[in-house]
Structures are given as C-alpha cells and as structure tokens.
Write a protein that binds this ligand. Structure first.
Ligand code: AKG
Ligand code: FE2
Length: 282
C-alpha cells in the first residue's frame, strides 16, 4: 500500500488513513463528491479488512453524530433495510428485556460472545458493516474483530472441517419479515486469502431445527472449531470504540463481536448507556 499521502495518520493503529479534507468535503460541504472519500476507505479496507474513523470534529451530540455517521454510510452506496420495520439504521443497546437464550436478539442485550458476521439474514451478503459509537458502556463492551483469512490459515490444518463449512447450511431471515424464510448457503465461500464467511451459530442452529434437519455431529464439530479459533487472543483485535468513532469492515471478511457490558453514568455521554448505530451497505 502507498504511504506517501497519509498525512493525517493518527496514532490509533486501526485508524483509516485519509488525505486531508476528504472527510470535510462530505461532512461540511455538499456531499455531491463522495468518490475520493469512499475510494480511499475501500482501498484501505481491501488490504486491512477493517478500520476506524473518528467523527468527533464533526459532531457534539447524539443527533449530529447520527447525521454524520449516516452521511458516511451513504457515501458507500445503498443502506440496507435491516428489519421488518424498514429501518436502515439500527440502534444497538441493552433493552433489558432478557437474554439471547430466551430469543432476544444480540443488539438488544448486554451480552458478549457470539462472534459472528452480520450477513446471515438474507441470501445476498452485504459489503460493508458500519458500527458507530454514540456512547460507551460504564464497564466492558469492547469490540472484537478477527480477520477471516487468519482463521482460514489455521483451518488449513483441518481440511475436513473446511470441507464441511464449504457445504450448504440452512439460514433464516430472522427479523426481516413476519414469516421466517429459510435459505441455504455455505458458511465459507471464496478463496482462503479472501474468504467470505456467513456465520451466526445460534441462528444457523435454529434454522436447521426449523428445517427439520438438526445440525449433524460433524457440523457441530466444525462450528466448535470455528468458535475456538475465533476466541484465540492472538487472532483477536480488541478495542473500545470511543464516542464519535466508527468501525468500518467488510462484513464477510471479518468476524466480529463484543465483550459483555454494564451501563451507567459516563461523563459527557450522548445517550443513556452504551449505544451503537449499525449500518449495512449493499
Ligand atoms: O454491540 C456491538 O459492539 C456489536 C453489535 C453487533 O454485532 C450487532 O448488532 O450485530
Ligand atoms: Fe453484528
């Protein structure tokens, strides 16, 4: 990658380097020319798979952050509808309504774990996942990212597991419509240096039950291997997204998750408790 124009390189090791002014152009000016911004980000992600942007210079509260984050997301293409209510921005926060085990969705709980990709709700994958931090938790809530290609390097020692992951599994369109639709896809597609994963274990297990084909012993073993790799600290990138920061990632090229968290009063918070804005871009 070319380094000569990275004049705004930040000390944050995950910061996406941008030429001066490209953020200003879309966040302060008229957003007609988003191409320099989106091209620089996408070319960085082509190598890095994920990275962070800091929008603090452009916002001072929840509403201005949401406006800025939405502009950034729209610079990359069409925002996907994420649920049957038609929302293209979904708020991730602890609703205090129960646990994942009781059927509550990840983005409505304070639970950690369940390292996953988001591209599991419909047959077409999304390209980009954006998570924007509007407020941090009092305790915990660290983001966890694992590069899928590094998982593939380790999977090479288990060809029988890789074979299983490349065969079709049932998925369900949870939250996308009244009637839950089933479809089939491999968990792993693509080459090992640019793999595309579609994985959220509890949804796949539930889809298999619904289809009347519970996961087989071999499939369960393959998921155990995948989960074990995703929990190796050497492969994990962990950071706390600060208020005003965005995480951008090629959704199927990384696994993501978070640690469990507890909300409380945090100084200068823009909302009550940890809150993320989630965008999916086609
Ligand atoms: O809370 C987070 O940091 C991640 C949330 C998430 O992965 C999701 O809502 O799909
Ligand atoms: Fe997610």
């Amino acid at each position: 990658m070319k380094l000569d124009w990275m004049t705004t390189m930040s000390p944050d090791p995950y910061a996406i380097p941008l030429e001066p002014d490209v953020l200003d152009t879309i966040l302060r000016g008229d957003k007609a020319d988003t191409a320099p911004f989106s091209q620089q980000v996408l070319s960085y992600l082509e190598d890095a798979d994920f990275g962070l942007l800091d929008l603090n210079a452009y916002c001072d509260g929840y509403e201005s952050f949401k406006t800025a984050a939405t502009r950034i997301a729209e610079a990359f293409g069409t925002l996907m509808v994420q649920n049957d209510a038609g929302d293209t921005v979904v708020e991730v926060w602890d609703r205090n309504i129960g646990r994942i085990e009781d059927g509550v969705r990840y983005h409505q709980t304070r639970q950690g774990g369940d390292i996953h990709t988001d591209s599991v709700n419909r047959p077409d994958p999304m390209k980009l996942l954006i998570l924007g931090s509007a407020t941090t938790a009092l305790i915990g809530g660290e983001s966890i990212i694992i590069r899928a290609r590094e998982v593939c390097e380790r999977l090479a020692a288990y060809p029988e597991v890789e074979d299983i992951l490349r065969k079709p599994f049932f998925f369900e369109g949870r939250g996308m419509s009244e009637e839950i639709e089933l479809f089939q896809l491999p968990v792993l597609a693509g080459s090992v240096d640019k793999p595309d994963f579609r994985y959220l274990r509890s949804y796949i297990a539930s889809a298999h039950e619904r289809a009347g084909w519970p996961l087989t012993t071999d499939q369960i073993f393959a998921f155990d291997v995948l989960d074990a790799f995703n929990e190796i600290s050497d492969l994990q990138h962990r950071f706390t997204l600060q208020q005003g920061q965005l995480l951008l990632a090629f959704d199927t090229r990384v696994f993501h998750g978070r640690t469990s968290f507890v909300d409380g009063v945090t100084p200068d918070a823009w909302s009550k408790g940890r809150r993320m804005l989630r965008y999916w871009i086609e």
